[in-house]
Write a protein that binds this ligand. Sequence first.
Ligand code: TEU
Length: 551
Amino acid sequence: MSLPESTDAWWKSAVVYQVYPRSFADSDGDGVGDLRGVESKLDYLAELGVDVLWLSPVYPSPQDDNGYDISDYRGIEPVFGTLDDFDRLLAGVHGRGMKLVMDLVVNHTSDEHPWFVESRSSKDNPKRDWYWWRPPREGVPAGAPGAEPTNWTSFFTGPTWELDEATGEYYLHLFSRKQPDLNWENPQVRAAVHEMMRWWLDRGVDGFRMDVINMISKDTALPDGPGGDGSAHYLHGPRLHEFLREMHREVFADRAGATMTVGEMPGVTVEEARLLTDPARAEVDMVFQFEHVQLDHGPSKWDRTGLDLRDLKATLGRWQAGLADVGWNSLYWNNHDQPRVVSRFGDDGAHRVESAKMLATVLHLHRGTPFIYQGEELGMTNYPFTSAAQFRDIESVNHHALAGDAALPGLRAMSRDNARTPMQWDASPNAGFTTGTPWLPVNPNHTEVNAAAALAETDSVFHHYRALIALRHSEPTVVHGNFTMLLPDDPNVYAFSRSHRDTELLVLANFTSKEQRPDLGFPWWDAHLVLGSHSNRGATLRPWEARVYRQ
Ligand code: TEU
């Protein structure tokens, strides 16, 4: 039973903008972005029209995984600034009518977090059970190959278990060895996390993006997995729903509707998302699913295959249908873990602007809350990496260490560093990102692709995003309209409609560099054009063209 529009959750009509602080704006010339840099760009974000900022982690961290390895949950990493800088940023965000959500990384901590330092100090330390410690596999001496308690492979290559020589036991880390997994079976761990979350909400934060939150409940028998794939034993564990409901009760229940939560959930299915995002179950508001960002993965993400548009329509269509009557979708092409979509699913050469606008139109007219990743609104592209030495991301560096230079083509196309090159503010030497030496090189195409040029050019990708956001804020059909996929078997055109009360919107988008004449069985081109990526009319869609009609 969907609520009347007026009382429906605020985040359903919101657009979220993700800031990756290391790469957004550097205010002190040390080559790394920071909170004062973000604050200095709030008017730019208000001009774009976004409603919520999602800050990737800014907490104290040895930066083994760029902040997703936290050593203190109640502070700010000095390279990003201070708590005062944070409070001023938050006030600036709220002062412009926007909201701010933090990144909650509680499946694991840094191995330099005091909790883990204590936990590893001795087997009978009161915090030993705050993490997953196990003796070597029966009959195999510690340190010997195969002595790891399970055969699971880490997301960043290698085993998921690290031996602690001092106590002779192994600790679990699904990601890097400097990211030990917290043991959520332990109620003290859960209470400590809830208390920390309330601390940030009391400080005025408006919610959380929850990192790999569907990994917090593991199969406590810790069985081996086929070929080292342990995902069946740590994704969506038996107590996930219980833990999320407890968290909601302990942290959000008395803040009725004021907050927003989105759970990042690799491997989540539509069926699970219907439960997880059902407001009646009070778990999370939305999830990040991964199906559409794995359609071009071969045996691994590094073996990139092309995209079959029919697969994309099938996947996004299933999520639209699956959460039509319960729950709510998040909508995204990009984030700090995915290569730039215009290079991936569009054309970052001759049709960069057109394909960036087309991809934005398709995503923002779906039913759900859109997430824009910094630079996406400018049509920023992948970086022209030429050598392995240029990569900084632990996932890419470890993959290259394992696979050697043969991995370069895959790294060039799929490395997370493609998303992490500095934001391109202008055409000056370091794109206006820093007066120092950027921690990751600026994309050479910043002389053309940058915010200053986009703001000045009324027909730019930026202004198209601004128009899409304004349409979501002014047209209830964009927020609430029922979704109907059209032409599901057309390999070239993505078409769908949204209907709400007596309004129907029709969206057509050409995913190719050739002209297309989609046949819907009626002269769709005669309808009232609400928004178009090209100044084109008639029955033929230009290469990478998108149009939105009201009929
Ligand atoms: O990402 C989880 C995750 O699924 C990714 O690691 C994904 O497998 C990978 O990027 C695909 O290439 C979250 C954060 O978004 C990511 O930045 C962190 O590295 C990871 O968790 C660990 O905190």
